[in-house]
Design a protein around this ligand. Structure first.
Ligand code: F6P
Length: 322
């Protein structure tokens, strides 16, 4: 192992910069040449890699986003594109790649390795926390704190005006973010893609006689349609006669300075990824399970995103918000 590349791919997540920093500095510490590549796999397609020295990652651990830029590179799913990338990597004598990203990015990494490319190690980075094989993905903690701060602010207005609010958080396939901020924010109901309820059931839950609240907040995961809360608000108004104001938190949740937890997790995962490559590992992902970091096999892309199975926590929230 002499030359490695680090790249960020898919949606950005706070803490990606801390992971890049850890990969670059650990690599140099162990005598590796470390290269960066911009816009995820697109940088490989464009054959633009550049050396990264330890000082190139100075003063950025506190910043959200990714200094390497990122993209969802659909052309990388085509074999001819990957063949061309593999030839390029061979010519440049690249021995290993660290891919920081989510499910789509790991699919690309898996294919590259399976077809004879360099060794790959993934670092899970997505605010959705929806990757199989790890209980934690970088960016999740920052996103949930960002959403929580917003909910606290909305509650001030909700309570001052006796208003009802639908607050929509991210989470295309999974409700991890909605669940955590719903419980922590004292939401009156949490709606996730895994546990959908009809408008009628939702209406009956929020108008049940147990609830004599003058204002309320329902947290909704955006699922497959960002902005779906507007439709839900309309339906609730028809069924209950209650007006729901809508607040879509959207991409505010992906930005911002990473929390201590995300910076530390990213730093440890970056270090572990490089150690893994040096020890001859490939097709592995850094993972956090039962309180410790480990390397596990990159999840089978056919599994799709990890989804929430904690219905008991949704029920717990039902009890706590009465
Ligand atoms: O990064 C994950 C995610 O934030 C999902 O929760 C969300 O559905 C999606 O990305 C939005 O991505 P885009 O930036 O493509 O709109």
């Amino acid at each position: 192992m002499k030359k490695i590349i680090v790249l960020t791919s898919g949606g950005d997540a706070p803490g990606m910069n801390a992971a890049i920093r850890a990969v670059v500095r650990t690599g140099h510490y162990y005598g590796l040449k470390v290269y960066g590549c911009q816009f995820g796999f697109q940088g490989l397609v464009d054959q633009t890699i550049f050396p990264m020295e330890p000082n190139s990652v100075a003063n950025m651990i506190q910043n959200g986003g990714t200094i390497l830029k990122t993209a969802r590179c659909l052309s990388f799913l085509q074999k001819e594109t990957r063949d061309a990338c593999r030839a390029f990597l061979k010519k440049e004598e690249i021995d290993g790649i660290v891919v920081i990203g989510g499910n789509g990015s790991f699919k690309g990494a898996s294919l590259l390795t399976a077809e004879g490319g360099p060794a790959t190690i993934g670092i899970p980075g997505t605010i959705d926390n929806d990757i199989h094989g790890t209980e934690y993905t970088i960016g999740f903690d920052t996103a949930r704190n960002t959403a929580l701060q917003a909910i606290d602010k909305i509650r001030d207005t909700a309570s001052s005006h006796n208003h009802n609010f639908l607050v929509e958080v991210m989470g295309r396939s999974s409700g991890f973010l909605a669940l955590d901020v719903g419980i922590a924010g004292g939401a009156e109901f949490i709606l996730t893609p895994e546990f959908p309820v009809s408008h009628e059931v939702l209406a009956s839950k929020i108008t049940t006689p147990r609830r004599h609240k003058l204002s309320s907040i329902i947290v909704i995961a955006e699922a497959d349609k960002s902005g779906r809360s507007f439709d839900i608000a309309k339906q609730l108004a028809v069924i209950t006669g209650l007006q729901y104001r809508v607040c879509i938190l959207g991409h505010t949740q992906r930005g911002g300075s990473p929390t201590a937890m995300d910076r530390k997790m990213a730093s440890e995962m970056g270090y572990l990824a490089v150690r893994g490559l040096l020890e001859g590992q490939s097709h592995q992902m850094t993972a956090f399970n039962q309180g410790r970091l480990e390397l596990v096999r990159i999840p089978d892309p056919d599994l799709g995103p990890r989804i929430l199975n904690q219905k008991d926590l949704i029920e717990l929230n039902d009890i706590l918000c009465t």
